[in-house]
Design a protein around this ligand. Structure first.
Ligand code: 13P
Length: 252
């Protein structure tokens, strides 16, 4: 049995003051929803406040990125140990990091190995671009991203990993994939790639989320799919009612 999982990726939204307010209100709504693992991923600048505000709430805290090195001359970067002081989770290889900051599967993999060594739960993102989707390359691209990003992970840590399938063309566009199509990618591409890496049993234990224009209106379509275990939510995670409704839908 895979426990449902919902994470809100705030991306580069909300000032420190705005985030404080939103986390306080969000926490009141989310803390009463059980049977689902809930995680908020605000910007780095708000992690300290979030850490304090979410204490004892049962709501997890995640960073949106981190560097792979332990420490050193990496101006502007945040180390795994710094993230670990406040967070239990970290998003790795989001398509925006891949597209705008040159993150390759190799870099994502280095970060994942660092997350493993410091015991952070990674949310590893994979997904094809619109061009790749239209050229019918989805399966090839997603399979390769999964295999390369998750290589060399220990079999004991593997079940901790959360994979997020986020078709790039569905992110922030209001054009979500549909349940059946997304489920097919998870079932026929991501789980087989995980099985190749870690064996069939572990591949069935790893949670795989869908992400890309998830709202309270389409969430149940994804959560009703046998291979989709929750959602990585962007825009709708900034709206209290929307995110609470999505989280409730995942719990059911
Ligand atoms: P949207 O929900 O805004 O499409 O973003 C999805 C996403 O990128 C979550 O990481």
């Amino acid at each position: 049995m895979r426990k449902p999982f919902v994470a809100g990726n705030w991306k580069m939204n909300k000032t420190i003051a705005e985030a404080r307010d939103l986390i306080t209100k969000m926490s009141a709504e989310l803390r009463v929803i059980s049977d689902v693992e809930k995680v908020l991923c605000p910007p780095f600048m708000s992690l300290m406040d979030a850490f304090k505000l979410l204490e004892g709430s049962g709501i997890g805290l995640g960073a949106q990125n981190m560097h792979w090195e332990e420490k050193g001359a990496f101006t502007g970067e945040v180390s795994p140990a710094m993230v670990k002081e406040l967070c239990g989770y970290v998003i790795l290889g989001h398509s925006e990091r891949r597209a705008y900051f040159g993150e390759t599967d190799e870099i994502v993999n280095r970060k994942l190995i660092s997350a493993q060594s410091i015991d952070l739960t990674p949310i590893v993102c994979v997904g094809e671009t619109l061009d790749q989707y239209e050229s019918k390359l989805t399966r090839e691209v997603v399979s390769k991203q999964t295999s390369l990003s998750l290589r060399d992970v220990s079999p004991t840590f593997a079940p901790r990993i959360v994979v997020a399938y986020e078709p790039v063309w569905a992110i922030g566009t209001g054009k979500a994939s549909n349940g059946e199509e997304a489920n097919a990618v998870v079932k026929d591409v991501i789980r087989p790639a995980l099985a190749e890496l870690f064996g069939n049993e572990t591949s069935q234990a790893i949670r795989v989320l869908y992400g890309g224009s998830v709202t309270s209106s389409n969430a149940t379509e994804f959560f009703g799919q046998p291979d989709i275990d929750g959602a990585l939510v962007g825009g709708a995670s900034l709206k209290i009612d929307e995110f609470a409704a999505i989280t409730k839908a995942a719990a059911q």
